[in-house]
Design a protein around this ligand. Sequence first.
Ligand SMILES: *Cc1c(COP(=O)(O)O)cnc(C)c1O
Length: 376
Amino acid sequence: MIPFNKPYLHGKELVYIAQAVTTGKISGDGVFTKKCHDFFEQRYGFKKVLMTTSCTDALEMAAILLDIQIGDEVIAPSYTFVSTVNAFALRGAKIVFADSLPDHPNIDPVNIARLITSKTKAIVVVHYAGVACDMDTIMAIANQNNIPVVEDAAQAIDSYYKGKPLGSIGTFGTFSFHETKNIISGEGGLLAINDEKYIHRAEIIREKGTNRSSFFRGEVAKYGWVDIGSSFLPSDIIAAYLFAQLENIDKIQTRRNAIWQRYYDKLSIVLANTGIELPIVADYSTNNAHMFYLVCENLEQRTALIQHLKDNCVHAVFHYLSLHSSEFYQDKHAGDALPKSDHFTDTLVRLPLFYELTDEQVDHICLQIKQFVESK
Ligand SMILES: *Cc1c(COP(=O)(O)O)cnc(C)c1O
């Protein structure tokens, strides 16, 4: 069976973990966390970054930093991972779900504009498959209404919108290093803070609501409880693993892009005039090759395709289920039907894409898809 995903080592991960362990400091904010912070700030020019234990945690920090209160409204896409909105639901926010674009799962800016009220306190966008949302339009709408934007860039490391790194455009960007992403550390995340005024409080919230970070810099004589907070910082063992990956980011991205392009070139021939669609990368976005997906014509076809691939040793998977019609939220969703989100819920299928996937395996998968469409 060709798995959907497979975590991989690039050589130095275990060496760095051993190094972290032998230095005697394996709690948070050790040597490797600092190395990772420097890497992100230098490569992407983020004003300030803080490693977290997950993208979920980074989103929760963003919700606390934006001071989201009970009854506040937060606009987000329905076609996304639960963490995108759970972070805000935890603060008591009402999630106002927006629809996707017709030809891409990313949030439709026209939809956002319609959903803004005097209670809207944040707009959360997701760069699906690492492809940028239409950020100029989104930022213009947000700025007109004085509403902060959070970029859920969990899938979007090393991807750009008109030359700007994703995660650097909104007030906050949040990243994931979960083992299913491009750059991994098992679990892991990052908060990018693009507005200076949030940096000080972010350090406090990440350290259980204490001013421990200021204390270690010698800025205060003792540290104590100064705000709400939690334990959002990862062990330096996680950072050690991550740093080994970051050192190889160009190699990883080059290979992932080659796999993505091979799929695209072969399948654009196989799927021509079949009704099954290839992924679209908007001209304002780069492609970080996070994901290779297809959009089927309907649920029956997708189910049959996944089954056909499974019968031929390929593990392909569908993705999100519209959150506005989830068990938890369907009674709370007061808004419109969201047909585009439901369409991707029913029809999108993701193909295996991981560093060690070989060209032969890609060719096998494409051949199986060819046989599937020819058998119809
Ligand atoms: C993976 C993912 C998350 C969650 O990341 P974790 O690091 O597992 O918390 C959030 N949002 C999106 C869009 C994701 O793809």
